[in-house]
Design a binder for this molecule. Structure first.
Ligand SMILES: [Zn+2]
Length: 323
């Protein structure tokens, strides 16, 4: 298989935990379960830790820890099938064979309850991509669904400084527009959006305006286009996804556009792209419409290049150097 796919966002951990599913089961209903990732040529998968913001204090943190344990104990387990992608050296080692790499992300920081120490702990345990909010507001910033439209709070600023200090990447998916621009003003490196669409094609609240897309690109960042029908258009078809790709390419060229499917995070899947096993269909459509080189950049190179320069370097092995 020639294809290599980097999908920045699929809610596998949340759905597996909530519905008590088995990631490795052949007949698993997961859209991005193990067998489907393999069939689709997915070599790196973003695994967000997601806790709905309506959970009472304390319960959210437990749910988040459950998902962290699920990732490390059940999905990574002995590391023969999935291994964590934590360091820039790991990016260079991803090949067409060998384990699929799992990139841990935080989709909203509700469960951290404003604690920078909990954020640090998550990053110690492998989290590398952090979104501050889901659609609602929290103590860090307002999400896209908060009518007040506030920006970053001072605690939100402390959070993003801590994320950058630890060589993490800030994900602006779900973030309200005022907070988005605050992040851009503070940024000294690439800012990304793991899963969204283009507002100029379909004005969904979760989609990015051309100005936002340009700002991400100018920061050196990448947008992951999502396969969520509601983001794509009135009928949300596969062809509409190609219109979003086309528009993004027109605005920022082919170095800043990629994919974040949102598999297992959306109620109704996109017809023709219901599971990760259907990435070949997307690849064929991209090849036909935009050429093989651009298709490869969107499916693989752009996320690879970004994480190859933003992830932390592997700490030196003290035991080995002391010998
Ligand atoms: Zn999301």
């Amino acid at each position: 298989m020639d294809r290599m796919v980097w999908d920045a966002h699929a809610d596998v951990l949340w759905r597996t935990a909530a519905q008590r599913l088995d990631f490795y089961q052949l007949s698993s209903p997961l859209s991005a379960g193990w067998h489907r990732l393999r069939q689709g040529g997915v070599r790196v998968q973003g695994f967000p830790l997601f806790v709905p913001p309506d959970r009472p204090a304390g319960e959210g943190w437990n749910l988040l820890l459950d998902q962290l344990a699920l990732f490390h104990d059940r999905i990574v387990s002995d590391g023969s099938k999935v291994t964590p992608l934590c360091y820039r050296e790991d990016v260079a080692n991803v090949g067409r064979t060998g384990p699929v790499r799992g990139l841990l992300c935080l989709e909203g920081c509700y469960a951290l309850e404003g604690s920078v120490e909990r954020l640090s702990l998550c990053m110690h345990l492998g989290v590398r991509v952090v979104g501050l909010t889901w659609n609602e507001a929290n103590g860090l910033a307002d999400g896209v669904g908060e009518p007040r439209g506030g920006g970053l709070t001072s605690l939100g600023r402390r959070f993003i400084k801590e994320i950058w200090r630890r060589s993490g990447v800030v994900d602006v998916a779900h973030l309200g527009e005022a907070a988005f621009w605050d992040v851009i003003r503070e940024a000294r490196g690439p800012v990304i959006c793991t899963h969204a669409g283009m507002k100029a094609v379909w004005p969904h609240r979760r989609n990015l305006s051309d100005g936002q897309l340009r700002a991400l690109a100018e920061s050196g960042g990448v947008v992951g286009l999502a396969f969520v029908p509601a983001f794509l258009g009135p009928r949300g078809r596969f062809e509409d996804l190609l219109l979003h790709v086309d528009h993004a390419l027109e605005v920022v060229g082919d170095r800043h556009v990629a994919f974040g499917s949102d598999f297992d995070g959306t109620e109704e899947p996109l017809e023709g792209l219901e599971t990760a096993s259907q990435y070949p269909a997307l690849e064929r459509a991209l090849n036909t419409r935009f050429g093989a080189e651009t298709a490869r950049r969107l499916l693989w190179d752009n996320w690879r290049d970004l994480f190859a320069r933003t992830l932390p370097q592997k700490p030196a092995d003290n035991a080995a150097s002391a010998r």
